[in-house]
Design a binder for this molecule. Structure first.
Ligand code: NG6
Ligand code: CA
Length: 508
């Protein structure tokens, strides 16, 4: 009987294949269309415009990203939606400007999920088109409803907003909980060592970075002096879960292996992989085999490590024979910062390397280096390699990837620019609002307009110019890429035009 049954199943399977083969390619009604390309977003954390060879870095080697860029389409004017992490990731997944929603800002590890589970998202729309969807790496969009018990299923989270598979860190590498979470469950958690997290108060008897400097292998510079995990002081207090806690030095390998395993297991159906690497965000903890590789200290070494990971991921796509059927997008969530709260030699060993490249500012800044980031699309034999100065934003991936997958989903803020991303058109955005910690500015054509903002010109602890000024600022990037000369007084008409556009988009 069982043999007969197996034969039947085999026959059924064979006829399914024949049926699929008969269907018209690219038909949008076919939810299991094998011709739909896979989509991989490789998302780095705090990688600056000038941190990669393909944007001019010479003191730091990024051979795999350079090879990727050489065979892909490099966007010189490609933007993250924000100069910090959570808002950029929110915009990427929802296709909505982050400043339209209150509370979309850098989140603590205990923050509730900020994406409404009823809301359309990029993974959801792809799922609707027959994609399997996975996220590996940094989440930082909140989890649960505000009162998470880390010892139970943690949710809602990525799996409730469209991901079939998730293997994540909750917030950032410097924030507790310092554990991996797979499909809502903390990996390696033992029943007799439950996890407790608090962002206000320490747990009695637990050492902290502030009180126990003798336990630290990396010293804190500002913030980052709460619980100690793996010799590194963190933001927030954590107790328990000893066996579940990550070893930072292994994180790159752990995420890479998860991403590779996901690709291998899903390669027969269209898949969407959001591979969100942790580098070069603090704490910078290269695996031992990458230590000292660049001479630029841990910040350089983790970029080199991330570069290696990207090379390995691309190798996996090649080995699985799916390079010709996969659109890969490489970009970063915000601009660079050198000292982001630890003494890790990043400043001392920077030498002549300039993470922002020719741009002004950095992470947290309304100046260009805050949001203008490395941005490349790659699709073997499909995208013509080259460089494009067309204005695009990560915000546009929502509607553009919907186009690619045959979905009709669009949002008002996300422009459908598939042709631009595929190098078939150079008609990109006309205007874009950029954000930095709730402050906003406008890029339109070659011009940038920054409204007046109170607050310090320079964020002292990280030594980055924020873009704050008591009057309007206007720059022409065509002649002044480094935003050195404010033209608001000599070009009042342009200023008025920019203010008008800025206000119109903000009011939409
Ligand atoms: C800041 C942290 C910084 C980093 C950032 C989030 C301090 C003093 N600084 O609050 O180290 O964690 O948040 O970075 O705590 S992001 O890339 O995830 O937005
Ligand atoms: Ca970031």
């Amino acid at each position: 009987f069982s043999i007969t049954l197996r034969c039947c199943i085999k026959l059924l399977f064979a006829s399914t294949i024949v049926l699929v083969g008969c269907k018209e390619p690219n038909s949008t009604s076919d939810k299991t269309d094998l011709n739909k390309p896979n989509i991989v977003i490789i998302y780095l954390d705090d990688l600056g415009y000038g941190d990669v060879g393909f944007n001019g870095a010479t003191e730091l080697q990024t051979p795999n990203m350079d090879k990727f860029a050489e065979n892909g389409l490099v966007f010189t004017d490609g933007y993250a939606s924000s100069a910090t992490c959570t808002p950029s990731r929110y915009a990427l997944l929802t296709g909505t400007y982050p400043w339209r929603k209150k509370d979309v800002r850098i989140l603590p590890g205990t923050a509730p999920l900020i994406i409404d589970t009823m809301q359309m998202t990029l993974p959801k729309l792809l799922k609707g088109e027959g994609y399997n969807t996975g996220i590996v790496g940094k989440w930082h969009l909140g989890l649960g409803n505000g009162n998470v018990d880390w010892n139970q299923k943690v949710g809602p989270g990525p799996n409730e907003v469209g991901f079939d598979f998730s293997y994540i860190m909750a917030a950032t590498q410097d924030r507790v909980p310092t554990v991996y979470i797979e499909n809502g469950y903390v990996e390696g958690l033992e029943v007799d060592d439950p996890i407790a997290i608090d962002y206000q108060e320490n747990f009695e008897g637990e050492p902290t970075g502030l009180e126990n400097p003798e336990l630290l292998k990396m010293k804190w510079h500002h913030g980052h002096n709460n619980s100690i995990v793996n010799g590194i002081p963190r933001i927030g207090f954590m107790k328990g879960g000893k066996n579940a806690q990550w070893r930072d030095e292994d994180m790159a390998d752990v995420f890479l292996q998860q991403a590779q395993a996901y690709i291998k297991s899903k390669k027969d159906a269209p898949f969407f992989l959001y591979y969100a690497l942790q580098q070069p965000h603090v704490p910078r903890t290269p695996h031992e085999r990458f230590v000292g590789k660049t001479g630029l200290g841990p910040r350089g070494d983790v970029i080199y490590e991330a570069d290696w990971c990207i090379g390995e991921l691309m190798k996996t796509l090649a080995q699985e024979n799916i390079l010709e059927n996969t659109l890969v997008i490489l970009t970063s969530d915000n601009g660079p910062v050198v000292n982001d709260g630890y003494y890790d030699d990043a400043v001392e060993k920077l030498g002549d390397h300039n993470p922002a490249g020719p741009l002004r500012g950095g992470k947290y800044s309304l100046f260009q280096a805050g949001t203008r980031v490395p941005f490349v699309t790659f699709w073997k034999d499909k995208i013509q390699p080259g460089r494009s100065s067309t204005l695009v934003s990560q915000l546009d991936l929502f509607s553009s990837l919907a186009q690619l997958a045959g979905s009709k989903e669009r949002t008002a803020d996300s422009e459908a620019l598939l042709k631009v991303f595929l190098g078939e058109s150079d008609e990109g955005r006309e205007a874009l609002i950029i954000e930095a910690s709730t402050r906003t500015a406008l890029r339109k054509g070659n011009w940038v307009f920054i409204p007046p903002y109170e607050g310090p010109a320079v964020h002292q602890p990280v030594n980055i110019e924020l873009g704050n000024h008591d009057t309007h600022q206007l720059f022409n990037l065509k002649t002044d890429l480094g935003e050195t000369t404010d033209l608001s007084e000599v070009n009042p008409e342009k200023l008025q035009e920019m203010i008008k556009t800025y206000e119109a988009i903000r009011a939409e």
